[in-house]
Structure formats: C-alpha cells, structure tokens
Design a protein around this ligand. Structure first.
Ligand SMILES: [Fe+2]
Length: 294
C-alpha cells in the first residue's frame, strides 16, 4: 500500500447564507443570490480541487458539539433533513451522504492511543450538523466522495484556550498519522469563520447586500492579521496569537477547527492560497487552502 497523505487542508467556513444564495435543489428556501465574493471564491477552490485526485473529506465542525471527548461519524450512510436552528428561514437542507467508517475508526483509535477521549458515533438516525453539511456542500456539491466528520469537544470552552490548543494539536497529529497509515488521500476541512461578532437582526430580504459589512473595524483588523499570517506561511505565530484572537474577535476558531487543521498539516511554513474574504451578517469569513508538497 502506498502512503496516505493530506492533499489539501482548507479553511471552509459554513455560513448557511452561502448555500441559500446558490439555490441548490437540496435546500428548500429560494433566494435572489448574495455574498458573491465568498461564493466565487468557493467556485475557484472547487475548480482547483477538481484537478486533484483524492478519496475522502475529513471535516471538523463547530456545530457538532460534544460534552465529553471527541466523537466521529461511524455509520456508513446518513440521510435526513438538516435545519439551521438560528436561520431556519435560510437553511432546510435534505442531505444524503456516505461516511468512510474505516478511516474514521483509525482516527478515533489513534486519538485514543495519544490519550484523548474519543468515541465513534453509531446512531443510524443521527442528524449531521449544518456546519459539516455546508462546508462539504460548498467545497464539492456533487457529494460523490465519502466524508468523515469530527465533533468539537468543548475543550476551549470548558477549560481554557491553552487546553483547547493542546487537545487540538494532539487531535491533528492523530488525524495525520491515521491518514498516512490508511494509504488514502484526504482533503481536510476546518469549518469555521474568523471574527464572529454578528448582527442580531437581518433585513427583510436576507440577501439585500446593502446591509452587509463587517461588524466593527477591530474585527476587520484581526481578520487581516490572521490572513496575513496564513498567506506568509507563519502558522506557528498564528497559533501563538490564537488565544487573543479568540477572546478579542469572539472568533469561531474557539471550537478548535482551525487549530486542528493547522496541526494536521504540521503547521505549514509555506504560503496558503487565499480564495476569498467576505462578511456574513457582520462575521469575517476566509476561504483559504494549504497544499502540502509531495
Ligand atoms: Fe457557525
């Protein structure tokens, strides 16, 4: 068996607005568009990924929150209706997906062997969270590849930024090692926004772009600093300032997805490719990808 590898690691944020704006057949509400800069960025990313050979997506989502340890999908096929509890007016999505259970189990075993609490999710009725579904849809709407979803385990919330960082570092190493041992080629998705303060009301027409802008200038400055570090291959420095970023910009990085991704990629010192930056109800969202060499 040839060695497995991570062919791409993507920061793939999941505002439901982006799926709503594209009007795919799976989503019930209809729209007149909106948030084009982000959607066109995802389009360019999809074209790039189309040219690559890979077997599976591995997603870490802020919206599958588990209280005890990290959980991973462990059912071959899952289907149902996913409704965003915050934006049920925008996202009521019929999903039907396949899971790579054998690789999922390997990641779980590897995480456990490194001292993390990890568990397989075996409920065949499980409703997959909207963060996982939206990131996967935006990166590859065909749904022709199996996925693995990893929960966010609340370590950042229950203990501290430091514990959260440490746990995600170990979970990332476990993910990378399991993929390498599997012989498979994986694309990793961190399903989170950057700055995350947001408006609490929406216009009558949600896609009315005359209302869309960053929540405040401080958030914009934080987002630009984080993006600059990604673009210049300084991800260890990014990890150093992550706790301040999380606290000051209320970043959705708090759920651990980006830290997990960077650790899985062994903290890239090469530049990331930036596909888009844009706001959604005032939050900052970047579509960014790392492509490890060889
Ligand atoms: Fe979210």
């Amino acid at each position: 068996m040839t060695n497995g590898c991570i062919v791409a690691g993507v920061l793939a944020p999941h505002p439901p607005h982006l799926v709503y704006a594209e009007n795919p057949p799976q989503n019930e509400p209809r729209s007149e568009g909106g948030w084009e800069m982000l959607r066109w960025g995802y389009e360019r990313l999809r074209q790039k990924l189309d040219s690559m050979s890979f077997d599976v997506f591995v997603v870490h989502s802020p919206h599958w929150k588990t209280r005890v340890g990290t959980h991973l999908l462990g059912v071959e096929k899952l289907s149902g209706l996913s409704v965003d509890p915050i934006f049920p007016n925008l996202f009521r999505y019929t999903f039907d997906l396949r899971v790579d259970v054998s690789l999922s189990e390997k990641i779980c075993e590897q995480a456990t062997s490194k001292g993390l609490v990890a568990k397989m999710m075996r409920n065949p009725q499980f409703r997959v969270d909207y963060g996982t579904i939206i990131s996967c849809h935006l990166v590859r709407p065909q749904w022709d590849k199996p996925i693995i979803a990893i929960s966010s385990n609340a370590a950042y919330f229950d203990y501290s930024n430091d514990v959260g960082q440490t746990e995600m570092r170990v979970l990332g190493e476990a993910t990378r090692e399991a993929i390498e041992a599997s012989g498979k080629r994986a694309i990793l998705l961190a399903s989170n926004s950057l700055s995350h303060r947001h408006f609490t009301t929406e216009p009558e027409l949600p896609e009315d772009m005359s209302y869309e802008h960053i929540y405040h200038h401080g958030q914009y400055l934080w987002d630009m600093q984080i993006i600059q570090l990604m673009k210049s291959g300084r991800t260890k420095e990014l990890m150093d300032i992550m706790p301040d970023f999380i606290d000051q910009a209320n970043s959705e990085c708090k759920d651990g997805s980006l830290s997990w991704l960077l650790s899985s990629l062994a903290f890239p010192d090469y530049p990331a490719e930036l596909y888009a930056y844009g706001t959604v109800i005032g939050t900052g969202n970047a579509v960014v990808s790392w492509f490890p060499k060889g």
